[in-house]
Design a protein around this ligand. Structure first.
Ligand code: AMP
Ligand code: GLY
Length: 432
């Protein structure tokens, strides 16, 4: 049995995902103390927020030495790709999240496509290019729609689904010539468009041992009915039955097992979250992309889905001793409705004062993302996805009713949100 409460945790990140990880730490009997860097306005009300350049492994290590933290949870991909966990582990500080070698699955789409081909993981067929002219010539020979991806990290914005050849060529010129994503566009992946419904599969991985959290669905478009521009995610829910028992069987056998075996075969000791974005197509589940961290906002609905202490799981994974058999999930469904700043996902308003409900009904919580606590104690908007209302219920319908009963009580100038989060599942459940 683990001893109680001796973890002194540092969480890296500042979004809704990290606020939900902070809440998990505050609930955890394993945790004696928790700090965050850099944090946000909501996290500042619950824990000490510190400054750090999280993309600089030496700076993170210096902060850990200064605070005496003995466990680090890394929220976003940038510090992982920069080798923060490598630096911490080398210094004897356990951390949750993969080493830089594993983080390449997200940091380089060219690498992840090559990985999937080598290990026979079903995905869209693709070609990788470093020169504009051959890329243009290739795209002209393909049918549309076609998908153009900057290989490197582009904060979720490096993917264009081109419906005409002109659009595809423009996307290639933007990425490879105008360098709108900088060096992330030095290499470009051009891939087949897959038809189907997407699901987010969050795995907590310890080598070949893994826990699959309930399959979730994100809503990436800003507008209702999945219209308008792409965003980081306007809401999410779990579980989703688009992953039927048969899809789940194929997902485990054809995608998860070959992926974890492939990592091992490539000499990568993967410990941390592996987010497998899948498309459930007519011929079975296929991988859209790998991410090496929890999804945001998926994390906010998945942390409350665990009955077992998530921090205990993360600690066991970091120490390489995780066994999934003992993990218990909570029955029911969880949803998050994201409230975005005026103008999002374009140019956003900032600095608007946020009014929050004084009391929350049972089963409802508020998770901050782009917020800031001012010196006068007021919490103001400071980012695109400002905050989210999270609710749990016996059914998704109940969870959605609970969440939407609170949403209008959260007020700030310019606020907007989608009224249809979870609609695909509510239709499947026959309640919409
Ligand atoms: P990614 O950053 O690779 O996840 O791509 C962002 C979004 O673009 C995904 O969540 C999908 O909605 C869409 N997408 C990416 N690749 C494909 C594909 N090959 N076929 C269809 N949709 C895709
Ligand atoms: N919600 C999608 C992502 O975190 O990438």
């Amino acid at each position: 049995m683990a001893t109680q409460g001796n973890l002194d945790v540092l969480i890296l990140g500042s979004g809704g995902r990290e606020h939900s990880l902070l809440k998990a730490c505050l609930r955890s009997p394993r945790v004696a103390k928790v700090r965050v860097a850099p944090g946000n306005g909501g996290m500042a009300l619950e824990a000490e927020c510190l400054e750090v350049d999280a993309a600089n492994p030496a700076a993170v290590l210096a902060l850990v030495r200064q605070t005496g933290s003995n466990f680090v949870i890394v929220g976003p991909e940038v510090p992982l790709a920069a080798g923060v966990v490598d630096a911490l582990e080398a210094a004897g500080v356990p951390a949750y999240g993969p080493l830089a070698a594993g983080a390449r699955l997200e940091a380089s789409k060219a690498f992840s496509k090559d990985f999937m081909v080598r290990h026979k993981v079903p995905t869209a067929s693709s070609e990788t290019f470093r020169q504009l002219e051959p890329a243009l010539a290739y795209v002209r020979r393909q049918s549309v729609p076609i998908v153009i991806k900057a290989s490197g990290l582009a904060a979720g914005k490096g993917v264009v689904i081109a419906t005409t050849h002109a659009e595809a060529e423009a996307a290639l010129r933007d990425m490879m010539q105008a360098k709108i994503f900088g060096a992330s566009g030095d290499e470009v992946v051009i891939e087949e468009f897959m038809q189907g419904e997407e699901a987010s599969i969050m795995l907590m991985v310890c080598g070949e041992e893994y826990l699959m959290l309930p399959p979730s669905q994100d809503h990436k478009r800003v507008g209702e009915g999945d219209t308008g521009l792409n965003t980081g995610g306007m809401g999410a829910y779990a579980p989703t039955t688009v992953v039927t028992p048969e899809v789940e069987r194929r997902l485990r056998e054809e995608i998860i097992v070959p992926t974890l075996r492939g990592l091992k075969a490539d000499g990568i000791d993967y410990r941390g979250t592996l987010y497998v974005g899948i498309m459930v197509t007519a011929t079975g589940p296929r991988v859209v992309e790998y991410n090496v961290r929890f999804g945001d906002p998926e994390c906010q609905v998945l942390m409350p889905s665990l009955e077992t202490d998530p921090v205990q799981i993360m600690e066991d994974i970091a120490l390489g001793r995780f066994r999934s058999a003992s993990v218990k999930l909570r029955p029911g469904a969880t949803i998050i409705i994201v409230l975005a700043a005026g103008g999002y996902p374009g140019e956003i308003r900032k600095g608007d004062v946020i009014t929050l409900p004084v009391n929350l009904p049972a089963g409802v919580d508020i998770v901050h993302g782009g917020t800031k606590r001012q010196a006068d104690g007021r919490v103001v908007t400071a980012g695109g996805r400002v905050l989210g209302v999270v609710a749990h219920g016996a059914t998704l319908q109940e969870a959605a009713q609970r969440a939407y009963s609170v949403v209008p009580q959260v007020k700030f100038e310019g606020s907007h949100y989608r009224r249809d989060i979870g609609y695909r599942q509510l239709r499947r459940d026959g309640v919409l």
